[in-house]
Design a protein. Structure first.
Length: 320
């Protein structure tokens, strides 16, 4: 399509289209665990397995993509547009049989009550709007995503201007995937140990521990790199709130289904997904704005005050 306006338009259209298709797949996929079983322990295990698979996928793609792009480009210094297209096609081809395996091996055991009257979108939205537990889960998701994306937006500045070695970026961005993998493995046992309200308690415990470790990272001197790496490892492992959040989402749907007879898995997960995307957009912008507020100016020498502001934005704000 070229590099002109037509190329920009084509990139925008295909990106929007791909995002829409992703949403079409992700909403029912996210809702699956909630309709495959009514047992909390089983839901926790399913969502933990989902988290494990997700982190393994992230690590594989992160490792393989640079190698594939370099191979298709002929060198690692200048990557070609065709190399990106070919790598994308490879991932698309690999994903098709994986989607099919999920389709063939997933069985829904919970079905909505059959009624002669069709439940309208308006009625579904009304059920969602009056579901206080769903509202709490969505609010937690929104706040978490704002904090997470705000940190991601300023992480490179923290590594470059506070730690002084941008090579650490690869280490500090790989640690979360490995730590989250470990966290998802231990989640079922943690939930089981925390009693009747295991998922709620596990989510609260995870968020509390992550907050403490963010404050810990904030307090570590910039030249103590080994301690900063250790703190990031601990921070990623205690982030085992992913599976409990999805389990609580399914429980909130069950709660309203029992009250009203209307089951709105799709709409509920759509709002949950919307909260994540909204948090993504707001968090990134807010992180940069806060960093600027504390004195950072692009292209100018970073003062101690600006350096401290970057540290506050990247770590302390998330901890609080």
């Amino acid at each position: 399509m070229g590099n002109g306006n037509a190329g920009v338009a084509w990139a925008a259209i295909t990106y929007i289209g791909a995002s829409m298709l992703y949403t079409v797949v992700n909403i029912p996929y996210g809702a699956l665990a909630g309709v495959m079983t009514t047992h909390t322990d089983d839901r926790t295990k399913l969502n933990s397995a989902r988290g494990i698979g997700m982190q393994i996928g992230i690590m594989i793609v992160s490792f393989a993509s640079p190698l594939l792009l370099s191979a298709f480009s002929g060198n690692s210094e200048q990557l070609t547009g065709n190399s990106y297209t070919l790598v994308t096609l490879i991932y698309a081809v690999v994903s098709v049989p994986m989607f099919y395996l999920v389709y063939r091996n997933s069985k829904e055991v919970i079905t909505p009550n059959v009624s002669k009257e069709k439940v309208s979108i308006k009625d579904s939205l009304k059920v969602i709007a009056t579901n206080k537990y769903l509202a709490i889960v969505i609010a937690v998701s929104l706040i978490s995503m704002v904090a997470y994306m705000g940190r991601m937006a300023t992480m490179a500045f923290y590594v470059n201007h506070c730690l002084g070695d941008f090579r650490l970026m690869s280490i500090l961005t790989t640690i979360p995937a490995i730590g989250a993998l470990i966290g998802n493995v231990i989640t079922p046992s943690i939930v089981k140990r925390l009693g009747k309200f295991g998922n709620r308690n596990a989510l609260a415990l995870s968020m509390g521990l992550k907050g403490i470790t963010f404050v810990w990272i904030f307090l570590i001197p910039f030249d103590n790199i080994p301690m900063i790496i250790i703190a990031h490892i601990v921070n990623s492992i205690v982030g085992f709130g992913f599976a409990p959040t999805l389990c609580l989402l399914a429980d909130s749907i069950d709660y309203k289904d029992a009250q009203t007879g209307v089951r709105s898995d799709g709409v509920a997960y759509a709002f949950y997904g919307l909260s994540s995307k909204l948090g993504n957009a707001v968090g990134g912008s807010l992180g940069i704005m806060l960093m600027t507020f504390f004195g950072y100016v692009a292209g100018e020498v970073v003062t101690p005050a600006a350096q401290n502001g970057i540290n506050i934005t990247t770590n302390l704000v998330c901890g609080v």
